[in-house]
Design a protein around this ligand. Structure first.
Ligand SMILES: NC(=O)C1=CN([C@@H]2O[C@H](COP(=O)(O)OP(=O)(O)OC[C@H]3O[C@@H](n4cnc5c(N)ncnc54)[C@H](OP(=O)(O)O)[C@@H]3O)[C@@H](O)[C@H]2O)[C@@H](O)CC1
Ligand SMILES: Nc1ncnc2c1ncn2[C@@H]1O[C@H](COP(=O)(O)OP(=O)(O)O)[C@@H](O)[C@H]1O
Ligand SMILES: [Mg+2]
Length: 286
């Protein structure tokens, strides 16, 4: 077991190269938000944009279009019933499931068209539908972001057994494509390659609807711009709860949108730390 530390995140978030453009920082496609759960994709997208993804597209029920545009002018919107296949092709990272409800046709399209070189983050309703329909993981770089009940459904590990690290590893071995597992709870754990990383920041001020949608959007935004994937996921999980912990000093609850708004300043702090640690830069300043 490894503590998911500030240092791990600071090693990922370094200053940007001057010679770069939006294409450098990846294209995130968010697929979710049925007619009743559009807020979930708004929270996904807000977190992905604030994390610094170069481009963000939301494929959703079209009734959500005006609300998304009104809240997030940075984001492009397409109809998930008609425009999904060609939109998936253009993405580096696809996040599917937040607020998707029972739209199994949409989920099947994503699973059928995702490519091995793409990152696929599977959240919320997608995990529940995959469990119900007994669907397999596709050949892609997969990140699973279940809460405890979703992991009980999809990983078939009871919530009581999830306290045992070996029970979660046993479930993961059954998946052929070695997914990264972000097992969310009041003590979130990340299972990555052969190690389990324990989150030690965050708290009950985060227990509000949309908190996981925000985390999934951050994982997508970080995965789009920081390689390799494993450390990017760890950094996103750490920053999400570290920001909440910072905000909780002056706030009883830390709302998802407030966390998302605080992401760029927090990332800048980490990037500045990496400059001050760099011996070459220190020399130049002398
Ligand atoms: N604004 C929006 O659009 C929002 C849209 N959302 C979207 O809604 C979709 C459904 O997601 P969901 O998580 O709300 O429902 P579901 O999958 O049925 O799980 C709940 C069941 O699991 C149980 N449970 C046990 N342990 C748990 C744990 N640690 N954490 C959480 N639950 C735990 C829990 O127990 P109970 O509370 O009943 O004691 C209950 O029985 C999904 O796509 C999501 O993205 C939401 O993000 C909200 C904001
Ligand atoms: N008591 C708590 N302490 C720390 N983190 C919490 C606590 N309660 C919830 N969280 C975090 O909030 C998020 C909830 O995710 P999820 O249930 O998927 O939310 P939603 O689907 O409503 O967006 C997870 O990241 C979880 O770790
Ligand atoms: Mg969720």
């Amino acid at each position: 077991m490894i503590n998911l530390s500030h240092e791990l995140a600071a090693n990922v978030i370094t200053p940007r190269n001057r010679d770069s453009f939006k294409g450098t920082y990846g294209h995130v496609l968010i697929v979710g938000g049925n007619a009743n759960l559009g807020g979930a994709v708004i929270m996904n997208a807000q977190a992905a944009v604030q994390s610094g993804a170069g481009l963000v597209t939301v494929a959703t029920d079209l009734t959500n279009k005006t609300a998304i545009h009104a809240r997030l002018p940075e984001v492009m919107v397409v109809d998930y019933q008609s425009d999904l296949t060609q939109t998936i092709k253009k993405a580096d990272v696809v996040l599917v499931g937040s607020g998707l409800g029972e739209e199994i046709g949409v989920l099947n399209q994503v699973l059928a068209h995702i490519q091995p070189k793409q990152t696929l983050i599977i959240d919320g309703s997608a995990l529940t539908m995959m469990a119900e329909q007994n669907l397999s993981l596709p050949n892609a770089k997969v990140v699973l972001t279940p809460h405890q009940m979703e992991w009980q459904r999809f990983g078939e590990v009871t919530i009581a057994d999830q306290a045992r690290e070996d029970a979660n590893w046993e479930a993961l071995i059954n998946f052929k494509t070695e997914p990264i597992l972000v097992l969310k709870s009041s003590a979130t754990q990340v299972y990555l390659k052969d190690d389990m990383y324990q989150l030690t920041v965050g708290g009950p001020y985060q227990a509000t609807g949309g908190m996981g949608d925000t985390l999934a959007g951050m994982v997508a935004g970080f995965a789009a711009q920081f390689q390799p994937l494993g450390p990017a996921v760890l950094a996103a999980v750490y920053c999400h709860s570290a920001i909440a912990e910072d905000l909780s000093k002056a706030a009883y609850v830390t709302l998802p949108s407030t966390i998302a708004a605080a992401i760029p300043a927090y990332m800048q702090r980490l990037a500045q730390e990496s400059i001050s640690k760099d011996p070459v830069d220190t020399k130049q300043e002398e």
